[in-house]
Design a protein around this ligand. Structure first.
Ligand SMILES: Cc1cc2nc3c(=O)[nH]c(=O)nc-3n(C[C@H](O)[C@H](O)[C@H](O)COP(=O)(O)O)c2cc1C
Length: 204
């Protein structure tokens, strides 16, 4: 099969892309509502895109009715956010936070998620998540015909749960992905559990 996106509708292109760019990491994004409450939502158009400065990118589309998503509204008004990496055992609660609640209504409260203060950063993080990136907005650009917003966040701090990290004999940071068990997204409503770690040196 050879797929020509020019022959597809936008929703069909979305289905083709999300089922072929797999598996995708999921950014579980906490942002601040105008009343000081917190919004949470998952985004799998997400990745690390630069190391100097350290930047991650999430791509936020519009709601089906054309409104901006609450995460984008919040980030535009209060330009900082926290990206969490969810573990496989958090799938149900992560999925709950993708519901479209009325603006200003907190997914954190609705899903009963525990937050914890983060030293040195204005926003809290999800207490149960083993990885969290405290970010400040670096740049927001709009791409495409449907006003997709590419949000670049500059990482201010990375929280790594102590039970997943160690400093090796050579003084390097080693993070044990198998202890994080990061959840990944496939197409449509499919997710995939963490697999087996393989180690292979790059050829010289
Ligand atoms: C696993 C998962 C990944 C998602 N990835 C994206 C994405 O990359 N971009 C996007 O705009 N919406 C994505 N969504 C949909 C948003 O999470 C959803 O629109 C959510 O209601 C937005 O919340 P907000 O209005 O509180 O920001 C995803 C949903 C799920 C369940």
């Amino acid at each position: 099969m050879l797929i020509d996106p020019d022959q597809l509708s936008t929703p069909d292109t979305y289905f083709a892309m999300t089922q072929t760019v797999v598996p995708r990491p999921i950014a579980w994004v906490l942002s601040e509502n105008h009343d000081g409450g917190y919004n949470l939502a998952p985004f799998s158009y997400f990745n690390a895109v630069c190391s100097d400065p350290p930047l991650i990118m999430i791509s936020i589309g519009l709601q089906p009715d054309g409104r901006k998503k609450d995460t984008l509204e919040n980030i535009l008004s209060r330009p900082r956010f926290v990206v969490h990496i969810a573990s496989c055992n958090q799938l149900d609660v992560l999925n709950q936070t993708s519901a479209t609640l009325p603006q200003g209504e907190s997914e954190v409260l609705a899903a009963g998620i525990e937050l914890t203060e983060q030293d040195g950063f204005d926003l809290p993080r999800i207490a149960d998540c083993k990885i969290a990136f405290m970010c400040e907005v670096y740049q927001i650009s709009e791409v495409g015909n449907n006003h997709q917003s590419l949000v670049l966040g500059k990482i201010n701090r990375i929280h790594v749960s102590d039970d997943c990290a160690e400093i090796t004999g050579q003084g390097r940071l080693k993070i044990h992905a198998d202890r994080i068990q990061p959840l990944s997204r496939l197409g449509a409503s499919e997710y995939v559990d963490f697999g087996k770690v393989k180690t292979l040196k790059r050829p010289a």
